[in-house]
Design a protein around this ligand. Structure first.
Ligand code: LMR
Length: 391
């Protein structure tokens, strides 16, 4: 029967990553997949993570199964990190999911039961996997305007117009809380407030992808759009990821938070989340969850971790500034990148230029022109600027 399988196209991000790994050329640089690199080009294990792991090694008593939604020590800490200390946590159903992608899929599977026939809206462009995940769960996926015609800023009027004209009550709208992937372009707080009102007026459900907390303006500042939305919305879905801010990419740690209008509903929501999770991956992996819970519950480790997040954010922003200046020296204006946030930037390079950079220079970027700014280093910056200017 298997001869009926045809060859599937490679993943636009992870597929390129695999090609990069096999590239034998000595000078090659990977600016594709969103992983943080230090100035030596390594993806480090954070010191707070190392210390938490040492503590876990000494104290962990079992590798028995966790509850379907993960341990309460983890979910309680995560609620506080994402929603702030003062939130009414009785309204929140939270589960540990394998990464942010696991949260997206568990959320979509859970929602499908209460909103069959409804639709998912994603930004145009969005993270390459959003469409696939929501479609695989069974939702029709539509896209709303995001990037302006010059491809350097937000088409906020187009975004609002489209959701106002075409949105239907009960549609879910996927929004990136900060560090929009792939463009790095975020709405301003004033724009978030308008967007929030429009969604509430249309009775559409905000569905927040929060994969880069701490990489925009800071851990608390990056959660601001959530508090803006909560002023107008009593129900919210949040998919968090700890791949980037804890550097726990391969440990697969994320969280799904579903906020209800009334704490009486929370147990029902959590029960439906459990059903969706149980028939998918059953229950979450322990190690990454233990690391996050250990760090967030220990004041000293928490302090260390916060300083490490700040340092990662600072390095990314230095590389962004360095790239803009390097391009300026070569007579190219990339100043629009300055207002972008997080790991990624849309450079405006097209697929042909991306391919040329790969073939001729060994520099890998995503075909849409997205670069992982966090993959640049002081040593590679000049040659990348030369190559991009030439492209
Ligand atoms: C990315 O966009 O590169 C990251 O979110 C990693 C991934 O899984 O695609």
């Amino acid at each position: 029967m298997f001869e009926n399988f045809s060859l599937a196209p490679p993943d636009p991000i992870l597929g390129l990553n695999a090609v990069f790994e096999k590239d034998p050329r000595p000078f090659k640089l990977n600016l594709t997949v969103g992983v943080f690199k230090d100035d030596q080009g390594r993806t480090p294990i954070l010191e707070s993570v190392r210390q938490a792991e040492a503590k876990i090694f000494q104290t962990q008593k079992t590798k028995g199964y966790l509850p379907i939604e993960g341990g309460k020590d983890f979910t309680d800490q995560v609620n506080r990190l994402i929603l702030g200390e003062d939130f009414d946590f009785g309204r929140v159903a939270t589960a540990h999911t394998p990464g942010g992608t696991g949260a997206l899929r568990a959320a979509a599977d859970t929602l499908l039961k209460v909103m069959p026939g409804r639709r998912f809206w994603v930004s145009n462009p969005t993270w390459a996997n959003h469409n696939a995940v929501f479609q695989a769960a069974g939702f029709p996926v539509l896209s709303y305007a995001y990037l302006d015609a010059a491809k350097t800023g937000l088409d906020f009027d187009g975004l609002i117009r489209q959701l106002e004209q075409e949105g239907q009550p009960g549609d879910a709208v996927c929004l990136h809380a900060c560090c929009h992937n792939p463009t790095g372009i975020d709405p301003t707080p004033a724009q978030w407030a308008v967007l929030s009102e429009v969604l509430a007026k249309k009775r559409m459900l905000p569905f927040i992808d929060f994969a880069y907390q701490g990489f925009g303006d800071g851990l608390e500042a990056d959660a601001k759009p959530i508090s803006i939305l909560l002023k107008d919305h009593s129900e919210l879905v949040i998919c968090g990821s700890f791949s980037k801010n804890f550097g726990l990419y391969s440990e697969r740690v994320g969280a799904l938070l579903m906020i209800s209008a009334d704490s009486k509903i929370t147990e029902s929501v959590l029960s439906q989340m459990r059903v969706a999770i149980r028939c998918n991956y059953s229950n979450p992996p322990r190690h990454g969850e233990a690391i996050v819970a250990t760090i967030l519950s220990d004041p000293q480790l928490s302090k260390l971790w916060r300083s490490e997040v700040d340092a990662m954010r600072k390095r990314i922003s230095e590389m962004r500034v360095g790239f803009i200046e390097g391009m300026k020296k070569r007579g190219k204006d990339f100043s629009f990148l300055a207002s972008q946030k997080g790991m990624f930037s849309y450079t405006g390079l097209n697929a042909m230029q991306a391919d040329w950079l790969k073939q001729e220079k060994g520099i890998y970027i995503v075909g849409t022109g997205r670069i992982n700014v966090a993959g640049l280093t002081s040593d590679t910056l000049e040659s990348v600027c030369d190559a991009v200017a030439q492209a």
